[in-house]
Design a protein around this ligand. Structure first.
Ligand SMILES: C[S@@+](CC[C@H](N)C(=O)[O-])C[C@H]1O[C@@H](n2cnc3c(N)ncnc32)[C@H](O)[C@@H]1O
Length: 168
């Protein structure tokens, strides 16, 4: 399938900010640790945090280097999130994280792989920020993506942050 998979337990590095995103901390604490999917992992700060809290983490990124840098005890998957459908069954994960990565069709995929009662946490810069507009969403857009979901957290300034629970 053109997807390369390996276990990241060997990987280590001191790059990238160590602290997890506050939204990931807050959102994950509303659930008992289970199966988490982190899309666009980056240097691994959130995956490392979740693993330390007892979550079983699958981390996805398009960069081999990003995946190698993670210290998390996570399964990692190298794939192009702008091209490929997520290779997971419907309702596989208790928690899905999308932090500072925007590819709009990915939200529907994230919603598909979240189990009922599970949570998606998403944090994306808005057009109010100084970020390149290609990577920003309109004010109010992020919460609108979760119509029909229970909104647990909804904060928006230059960044939109939403935690939403899939209804039973
Ligand atoms: C801003 S960083 C994410 C930061 C991370 N979520 C965090 O909170 O620390 C964006 C990540 O998206 C990944 N990325 C960019 N384009 C991608 C694509 N098409 N498919 C998969 N990953 C991609 C980059 O490799 C990078 O690790």
């Amino acid at each position: 399938m053109g997807i390369e998979k390996w276990d990241a337990r060997f990987a280590a590095g001191d790059h990238g900010p160590a602290d997890p995103a506050a939204l990931v901390v807050e959102g994950s604490q509303r659930l008992s640790p289970g199966r988490a999917l982190h899309l666009a992992l980056g240097a691994g700060r959130n995956a490392a945090y979740l693993a330390s809290q007892g979550w079983s983490v699958v981390a996805v990124d398009g960069s081999v280097e990003a995946l190698r840098l993670t210290k998390a005890r996570a399964s990692v998957l190298l794939m192009n999130l702008e091209r490929d459908r997520l290779p997971f069954d419907d309702e596989t994960f208790d928690l899905v994280c999308i932090i500072h990565f925007l590819h709009r069709p990915l939200f529907a995929e994230a919603q598909r792989v979240t189990r009922r009662g599970g949570v998606i946490v998403a944090s994306i810069e808005t057009t109010r920020s100084k970020m390149n507009r290609a990577y920003t969403i309109e004010p109010g857009e992020l919460r609108s993506i979760f119509g029909g979901w229970e909104i647990l957290i909804d904060r928006e300034d230059e960044t939109a942050r939403v935690a939403a629970k899939k209804r039973y």
